[in-house]
Design a protein around this ligand. Sequence first.
Ligand code: GAR
Length: 219
Amino acid sequence: MTEPQPLRVAVLVSGSGTNLQAIIDAARSDDLPVRIAAVLSDNPDAMGLDRAREYGIPAIAIDFHGCTDRATYDRQLRRQLADLNPDLVVLAGYMRILDDDTVNDFAGRMLNVHPSLLPAYPGLHTHRRVLEAGEDWHGTTVHFVIPELDAGPPVVQYRLKVHPEDTEQSLRERVQAGEYQIYPLAIGWIADGRLVFADGGPQFDGKPLTQPQIIDADY
Ligand code: GAR
């Protein structure tokens, strides 16, 4: 009998890559049956690329600012991903908008983590906007990626109560602590075959997933 093969994942990062680190740690501890085929970045200085190199994971930079135009960058990234042919593409703090062709190449095989309880607060500066609006609840969402920004079907959310003393920085830290739990969890569901994208939407344990799974923070 042949051994089940680990899920081959490509991770896209733009910055520090702490979510990437959580995924690397989970994979190394055997909690997550994935192999990270490569880490790619639009930013050659991204710390996430250094994290990859430290573990012998191929680190590929496509310098966005070194490209003559947006279409050139998009083409290069799309080609790199096609060459890698991963089972799953994971956006982990990747701060560029992907072109529709690249998203469609990986329809149902691309995840993102976004720091809000989607559909609330798509876009940037979510922690600040949540504080300014006086929200009681905040959190973060892992969702399948579709061409429309931050609008793909959510899979799992980490939810926390906003404390009166919270600042943008404390919210970022509390939200990210949740991301380190829910991102490896969601990737693991895909690796285990529990979460699939079929018939136009996510299915979990054979049933349509109409609402994301919710993990509540314990403080
Ligand atoms: C994460 O908190 C992620 O939710 C956010 O960027 C951070 C990256 O941190 N992503 C977005 O805002 C995407 N719209 P990391 O590089 O340390 O993983």
